[in-house]
Ligand binder design. Structure first.
Ligand code: SAH
Length: 348
């Protein structure tokens, strides 16, 4: 039997194609799209479709569903970590952060990751599979439904390398930005990459208004290649050239993420080296005290080093903020929660 189409992953165009192929009128596509993006997970709840159409639809299509397996809620700031169980039993995590300006959701783009950054927990067991556009969207839909509030911002900074799943990410942009759907402006969406240059350049060409975040983490190739294997393929200068192209094409400021690791990349010398590298790029640096991962050897930079690092950047005209840690009581940084959970399940 042919696999059924997942309505949650469909653009309006794809829905129109499906609808016409079963001999129905095109305008039905918009109705279906609108139901899906309201969070309806059952074709029979689409009350403006006839019973006959619903039955026909069910023959060809289904709605991908993920279940909330667990939620951890921070008593300090209301941050929520969600563990979702996918239809194939894989587990992913997403985070809801509450800010004064609105609710922001951090979504995963893959189950696991194959980029191999040696400070990150998501990549310890490699990649299991890509998430579909529908599964990326569903993290936002499910969280909205759970909290009964609108989500206004999305950051693609959970597990996975979004540009290693580029087609689905582009589709996700189209879905989430659509007026008949959540209608979230692309300006309110941030995609974070460890530095896949061809996709950065392709996105630059598309001139979407998405905010690009680059996981830089080091001021030179020596250090960066030790931490991030991708740097051996696309060294720093090539990556920064692509970043410059992105800002030129989109007029948008890039965010450089820089996780500060004790004695590895956190000294004043490193800060000065970083200034030289990025001073010509329209950017902002987000300094992240490293989240310690049990399986990894690195330690978090000391607070005074972090302050000094920031000061050097600022004194040289580079905007730099230190990331405030949210949900510290439900910690489990970057993919650790999913791993802990999967291990427990496997142990019975
Ligand atoms: N693969 C993408 C997005 C996912 S990771 C990327 O590399 O950008 C999201 C961010 O968390 C990245 O900047 C990543 O480098 C960072 N990160 C991963 N592990 C971390 C840790 N232990 N402490 C601090 N930041 C970490």
């Amino acid at each position: 039997m042919k696999d059924k189409i997942d309505l949650k992953s469909c653009t309006i165009k794809e829905l129109e194609k499906l609808i016409e192929s079963i001999g129905e009128k095109k305008f039905r596509a918009k109705q279906i799209f609108s139901w899906i993006h309201k969070g309806v997970n059952d074709i029979d709840e689409m009350s403006n479709l006839s019973k006959n159409l619903r039955a026909k639809l069910k023959e060809h299509a289904t709605i991908g569903i993920m279940k909330i397996e667990d939620v951890l809620i921070s008593k300090i700031d209301g941050t929520r970590k969600y563990l979702f169980l996918l239809e194939d039993e894989n587990i992913i995590e997403s985070v809801l952060m509450k800010y004064k300006h609105g609710n922001s959701v951090c979504v995963s783009s893959q189950v696991g990751c194959r980029m191999g950054c040696n400070f990150c927990a998501s990549t310890l067991e490699g990649v299991i599979r890509n998430l579909s556009a529908g599964e990326i969207l569903d993290q936002v839909l499910s969280i909205q439904k759970d909290i009964g509030e609108r989500v206004s911002n999305v950051v693609i900074m959970g597990s996975g390398e979004p540009f290693d799943n580029y087609e689905e990410i582009l589709k996700f942009f189209e879905l989430i930005n659509h007026p008949e759907g959540l209608n979230i402006s692309l300006r309110n969406i941030t995609v974070s990459t460890c530095g896949l240059v061809p996709e950065i350049l392709d996105l630059a060409d598309k001139k979407l208004q998405v905010t690009l975040a680059i996981s830089l983490h080091a001021p030179n190739d020596d250090i960066r290649s030790k931490m991030m294997p991708i740097n051996r393929k696309y060294p720093l200068d090539e990556l920064l050239k692509a970043c410059k192209t992105y800002t030129d094409q989109t007029n948008k400021r890039i965010t450089f993420e820089y996780a500060l690791i004790r004695d590895v990349n956190d000294t004043p010398k490193h800060a000065k080296e970083l200034v030289k590298k990025i001073k010509n790029i329209l950017s902002h640096v987000n300094l992240i005290p490293l989240n310690k991962v049990d399986e990894r050897e690195y330690d978090t930079a000391k607070a005074d080093r972090i302050k000094t690092f920031q000061k050097i950047l600022k004194n040289n005209g580079i905007e730099a903020t230190i990331r405030r840690e949210l949900g510290s009581d439900i910690h489990a940084a970057c993919g650790q929660l999913r791993r802990k959970y999967a291990r427990n399940r496997n142990n019975g």
